[in-house]
Design a protein around this ligand. Structure first.
Ligand code: G3P
Length: 228
């Protein structure tokens, strides 16, 4: 399962790069607004940092507007993926842009019926919003399971299931159990994936017990203490 980072904060992405877990980035107008910088500059900076797919969402709602904006955004860098909403105009734009060779991420997906349309429109990625479905009392992860089952029936289908609106490490685990192709994770949640109190406790015990041996795996140079 690929890990995309769900943010437009370049500093947060830079801090995550050397984890080796950044396979791509997704942004949206809300995340761009939070960044407080010119949209095209943010996308250019992210694309320069991350070689994988970087989703940039159009603001237009008409077919012509989406095509104009999508074609302009696609010129920023070869790894730009154009994000369009799951609307009739959005899926028409998806079909045209993918036929022109531009990858498209169809976003704001909340049902299997919608995702089937996105796949038939040639979407590179479809983004079902798990957290927002949970927020309204549905079981968002159920949609991911449905899509894995449905898409798995058609070997020719290339649309990737990009589990989005992720709120916790449990969502990441459940998306992997379901078989999502990609999960897009807020930076905070990715850092939480490392955390377990028993790891901290166990390491502290190992270090304390090692200190008791008085040994050093690497001979200390004169004048400095080498810690494990
Ligand atoms: O960026 C797409 C999606 O992951 C945003 O989800 O619900 O956190 O705004 P949300």
């Amino acid at each position: 399962m690929k890990f995309f980072i769900d943010t437009a904060d370049v500093a947060e992405i830079r801090a995550l790069i050397d984890t080796g877990f950044v396979d791509g980035v997704t942004t949206n107008p809300t995340l761009i607004a939070k960044a407080g910088r010119r949209f095209e500059d943010v996308i250019a900076d992210i694309c320069a940092l991350v070689p994988g797919p970087v989703s940039a969402e159009v603001a237009a709602t008409s077919l012509e507007g989406m095509l104009t904006e999508g074609r302009a955004l696609a010129k920023i860098a070869p790894n730009v993926v154009i994000k369009v909403p799951l609307t009739p105009a959005g899926l028409k734009a998806c079909r045209t842009l993918t036929q022109e060779g531009t990858d498209v991420n169809v976003t704001l997906c909340f049902s299997a019926a919608q995702a089937i349309l996105a796949a038939k429109a040639g979407a590179t990625f479809v983004s079902p919003f798990v957290g927002r479905l949970d927020d309204v009392g549905e079981t968002g992860m159920h949609l991911i399971h449905q899509l894995v089952d449905i898409f798995g029936n058609y070997s020719h289908l290339t649309t990737q299931i990009l589990a989005a609106s992720i709120r916790s490490p449990l969502h990441v685990v459940e998306a992997a159990i379901a078989g999502a192709d990609v999960v897009t994770i807020p930076p905070k949640v990715l850092w939480q994936l490392y955390e377990h109190p028993l790891t901290d406790k166990g390491l502290a015990t190992f270090l304390a017990d090692w200190q008791k041996t008085g040994q050093a795996l690497v001979p200390a140079k004169a004048g400095n203490q080498t810690n494990l």
